[in-house]
Structure formats: C-alpha cells, structure tokens
Design a protein around this ligand. Structure first.
Ligand code: G6P
Length: 609
C-alpha cells in the first residue's frame, strides 16, 4: 500500500529512486513520482499510471540532484492522477507518504483559515503544508517535524526532503513500515528492505514513532523527542531472490517455488529423527492444553488458510475454533471466554485489519500468536508468540506460495497441538507427517501438468461467471480458487460449499457456466460427486479436479478432467489442490492479456482499513 524510497548521496539519485520503486510497485501502482533538489530547489516529476510512465517522463525531462524521494501509490484519498500523485510539495518541503492521516480535514481547515492553499485531494498534502508553516517561522527541519508529528492522527510513514538542504532527508514511522539502509557514503530509506537490496544489505528497521535524520554519513534516530540508538541488521535479500529469474511473471515464479518452500518448512518444523513437529518459539509460551478456543484471524488468502486450519484443529486437536476476517473480528464485539487465544495469519505482517485484530485480542487479555512471512513486521513485534512461514519475498500481488506455506506450518501446528493434548498418538502423528513429507514431490509433479491446465483455462476465459465447489477442507479451497480467479481474470467467480449449492446458487447454472469441482478422495468424495451431478444435470460445464479413483467414480457429467497424480490425505490435500487453482487463474489471466502480477485496483500490503 504505497511504496516509499529516499536517497541522500553524492551522485545523481533519480535512477536509484526509480530502481527502488520498481521493487516496491507491488505495494501500489496507480501513479508514481520523484522529487530531488536541483540547485537547492525542489523539482518533481509525477505521472499517473505505472512506474514505466514516470520512467519515460524522466527520460524526456531528466531530473538531476543528489538527494531525493520517490513514491508509488495506491490511492486512498483522491483519485489516481498526476495532481494527487506524491511527492506533495511546497517551495520549502516535499514528502512522500504511506498510510492515512485520519484528522487531515481538521488540519486542512485550520491551515486554510491561515491562508494556505492546497493543490490536491490528498490527506498527504496537509503534512507538507503543516511543515511549511513551521519552516516559515524559521524552525529547523528537525523542529518542524517534531512539531508536526503530535498533530497527526493515523498510521503512516514518511520520507521528507527540504529545500536547500541537499545533505539531509528525514524519515518517519508510525504504524507503517520504514527501513533505513547504509551505503558507502550514502544513505537510503525504503518501505522495505527488498527495495534497498541492490544498494545494501545493512539496514535498520524503524520502530513505532521513530524518526530519523539521514545524511550521506549516517543516521540519527529519535523517538518522542529523545535521541535513541537502533540496531543495524544484515538482510539475506539478494537480487536473485527477488528477481523473476527465467519466469514471465513473479506469480509464475512463486507458484514454481512451492515444492521447495513446502519442503524447507517441513525440514525446519519436523524433527529429523522422529518426524514429529517442533516449534522452538512456542516452547514454554503456548500451552495447547490451556487453550479453550482459538480465534483465527486474517484477510484475503490468509483468512482462507485459517479456514482450512479450523477443520484440522477441530478434527485432530479437538480445539474449538472461530475463524474471522480481521476487519470483522476487531469490531464485532464477540463473546469471549477464559482461555482463548488468537492466531493471526498474514504474509506481510502489515495488513492493518489483521494487526488491529491482534491488538484487539490483546486488549481482551488473550494470548496472541502470529503466523507471518515477514519476521520484521509490526505483527511479529506486537504478538506474544511468532511462527514464521519462511517462504521468501512474495512479490506477485495474488498470494500463492505464502498460502501453501501457511497451510504447511498450520498442519504442523495442528499435529503438535494434537499430540500435546493427547488427541493423537505418536504413530498416527507420524503417519500424518509422512503424508506431509510426500507433498513437495506431488507439487513438483503437478507443475508438469500445465498443458492440460492451459486448455481448461482457455475455455474459462470465455465465461461471464465461474463457480468453484468443494466440501470440508476443500470448501475454503473453493473460496480461494474463486478469489484467485476473479482478482486476476476480472471474471466473476464464486466459491461455494458444494452441499449448499441447492440453496440458491444453483439458479446461476446454465451451459455457459464453468463449475470447478474440487474433489479429493476423502470421506466426502461421494457427497461431492453427488452435488456435482446435480450441477451437471442442469447443464453446468463441470471441471473435475480429483485423483484417479475420484475420476473413475465420476462417470457422468464431467466436461474436463484434471487428475491429481496421487491419492492425497486430508492433511495435505488443501496444499496440493491449491496449485491447480493458482494455475487456472494465472493461465486464464495471462490468456486475457491481464497484468498478472499487478491486477487492477489491488495492492499487496493493505495498510488501510
Ligand atoms: C491483499 C493481497 C492478498 C492477501 C491479503 C492479506 O488483499 O492482495 O493476496 O491475501 O492482502 O495479506 P497478508 O499480507 O495479511 O497475508
């Protein structure tokens, strides 16, 4: 949700800013801009649309300067346009912003009364004008920032450039992430360490309410007016890890990474000798026997992995679960009982609604556990216990490897909980982990089935509506299949519990509606196939995804068949069946000529409510 870059150096910075913004484009891509100091004066280039447009503009009208800031936007206040694009500036100050200033209307009115004018519809411009007022009163940049911050409400991060101060930048963090990078005689600011990966792997993550003064020589950190020290960390990001490699898109690369991501996680979370789960971060912290009910919260795909986990936790560990969307959980004033814990699931660890849910659970006195992919994230810092999914950077806006990584770790957590609660014996637990250990090889086999998936996807591109059906653990997967399909192809898609079709959605079925039926060979197979036949009898174009036995049992009404090469188990079928869902959406979107990595209107890290 908006990417921020800043560089203070002794060499021209506009290309460095563009390169960094390219890596942050997953955070927003409706407009972009940069500002530098040219002979002490603030100069800007801004363009509506993708970063490429800004690059073209800078080629036409180069932007010199050795200090600068840049931004790639996902609009919140004010439509995507050049006028609303960041940086917002006066003649004294320019800034880029990620987040929301909740009280901007009030501040704007106050400043307008004093005669200040605004040129955009954004909340961001208020901060530029607020700083300008202090600078006009001869305050130093540091004093101006210190005065402005207590006036701002909301969660945000900022990079600020001051006129005639070509040796400094100021970065601010409240809620939204910001990273300082250390170069040779130059310093950087970025929304994440990935943006800085080609420049440095020495970074400092700002803490909440920190602000930092950067000069080419180093960084000074302040928190609530006091000078503070912050640790420098080494990141493991390399250009290779965050590039597309031989793949057409990040999403395709990330789909292909799944066998190794799942394999590495199993190596990490299963003991080599016993093949039983071990979670060092849970030891002495989480007592599964004391948990009376588990609230699982997340947004988007992460919420759906939580839905799968509910089936597993209740069946194997006998822990009652409530699964909630982050934005609902935090405001619905649910009834809690003693001994509840909340498990937040998030790839970024930044999604404001999931973070809000974790904070809310804490206020209710619950233990909070987070399952996240970015260990330096706000959720990791604010949760009592952290478990990581170690999937590496996920750049494609539609989540793929983060989902299967979440499912893999959740499956291991469930087995761990079931053992501790004496709901599973060691032998049965080992049978389950043996199934999990088969998963990476099955995923790799499935990656070889792309031709078949391509043919089916081609047919689906003609549809106006698509339905995805499943039962049990395949029901959340049907929701995930539909979510992936609609966000990438812009074709209406709905996921439904197969048994619920007859209560309404069956009215949608005709011979133009593709219906993807997810039918692993589990205790619900026959029931799912019966639901499928009801759809087929009404002309629905059934696409059956099942293993050989499933296909043999489904004699009639199937238009297209996608065979999973082996018989799966309840503990690994969601991980395995996720892959064809991702590929169907990917292929159909690509065939339609859509931007697969950056679908319209979306952003990856959603840091607004
Ligand atoms: C956005 C992304 C989704 C993601 C969701 C939650 O909507 O487009 O792919 O599932 O946010 O993100 P999180 O980082 O919390 O997993």
């Amino acid at each position: 949700m908006c990417g921020i870059m800043g560089v203070v150096a002794k060499r021209p910075v506009s290309q460095l800013l563009l390169d960094g913004l390219k890596k942050l484009e997953y955070r927003g891509y409706d407009s972009a801009g940069v500002a530098t100091l040219v002979n002490g004066n603030i100069e800007r280039r801004r363009a509506e649309g993708k970063l490429e447009k800004l690059g073209d503009l800078i080629k036409e009208r180069p932007l010199p300067g050795t200090v600068g800031i840049g931004h790639t936007r996902w609009a919140t206040h004010g439509k995507p346009s050049e006028q609303n694009a960041h940086p917002h500036a006066t003649n004294l100050v320019a800034l880029v912003h990620n987040g929301i200033i909740e009280n901007y209307q009030e501040l704007k009115q106050e400043l307008e009364k004093e005669g200040y004018h605004f040129n955009s519809e954004t909340d961001t411009e208020t901060i530029a004008v607020l700083l300008t007022r202090s600078l006009e009163q001869q305050k130093t940049p540091e004093q101006a920032v210190a005065e402005a911050l207590p006036r701002l409400k909301g969660a945000f991060s900022l990079a600020i450039l001051f006129g005639h101060r070509d040796e400094m930048l100021i970065g601010v963090r409240r809620g939204s992430p910001l990273v300082v990078g250390y170069g040779q005689g130059e310093m950087y600011l970025g929304s994440d360490a990935i943006a800085l990966a080609s420049l440095t792997n020495k970074v400092t993550y700002l803490e909440d309410d920190d602000w930092v003064v950067l000069t080419p020589k180093g960084a000074q950190f302040y928190n609530r007016g006091k000078l503070v020290s912050r640790v420098v960390k080494q990141t493991a990001f390399s250009g290779e890890l965050i590039g597309k490699g031989e793949f057409r898109h990040y999403m395709l690369k990330e789909i292909h990474e799944q066998p190794s991501v799942v394999g590495n996680l199993l190596k990490h979370y299963l003991q080599p000798q016993t093949r039983l789960p071990h979670f060092p971060s849970l030891a002495g912290q989480v007592d599964w026997n004391k948990i009376q009910r588990l609230n699982i919260v997340g947004c988007g795909t992460a919420y759906l992995s939580g839905m799968v986990a509910k089936y597993w936790f209740e069946k194997y560990a006998k822990i009652a679960c409530n699964v909630d969307i982050g934005s609902e959980f935090r405001y619905r004033e649910g009834c809690f009982i003693a001994g509840e814990a909340t498990l937040g699931i998030s790839q970024s660890g930044e999604t404001i609604d999931t973070l809000g849910a974790i904070r809310y659970a804490k206020q209710q006195g619950q233990q909070t556990i987070s399952l996240i992919n970015v260990p330096e994230s706000a959720m990791a810092r604010e949760s009592d216990v952290v478990v990581t999914t170690m999937a590496g950077p996920e750049i494609g806006v539609a989540s793929t490897k983060a989902f299967t990584a979440q499912l893999t770790v959740l499956a291991c957590l469930v087995i761990d909980a079931a053992l501790k609660r004496h709901q599973l014996d060691v032998k049965t637990a080992q049978q389950l982990t043996a199934e999990l250990l088969e998963t990476p090889a099955i995923l790799a086999q499935l990656l070889g089935k792309q031709d078949m998936i391509h043919k089916i996807a081609e047919k689906m591109t003609q549809a106006k509506d698509v339905l995805f059906l499943g039962r049990g653990v395949s029901y959340p997967l049907a929701l995930e299949g539909a979510l992936k399909f609609k966000e990438l192809t812009y074709i209406h898609a709905e996921g439904y519990a197969a048994g619920e079709m007859k209560h309404g959605p069956i009215a949608l079925i005709d011979d133009k509606v593709p219906v993807v039926v997810i039918a692993p060979n589990d205790y619900l197979l026959d029931k799912t196939l019966n639901n499928m036949e009801v759809v087929a009898a009404r002309g629905g174009q059934v696409i059956l995804i099942s293993d050989r036995q499933g296909h043999e049992r489904a004699k009639v009404g199937v238009h297209h068949r996608l065979e999973i090469p082996v018989n799966t188990h309840l503990i690994n079928s969601p991980i395995i069946y996720a892959l064809p869902m991702q590929m169907l959406a990917y292929q159909a979107a690509w065939l339609k000529g859509n931007d697969v990595d950056q679908p319209r209107n979306l952003a990856k890290s959603v840091t607004v409510e």
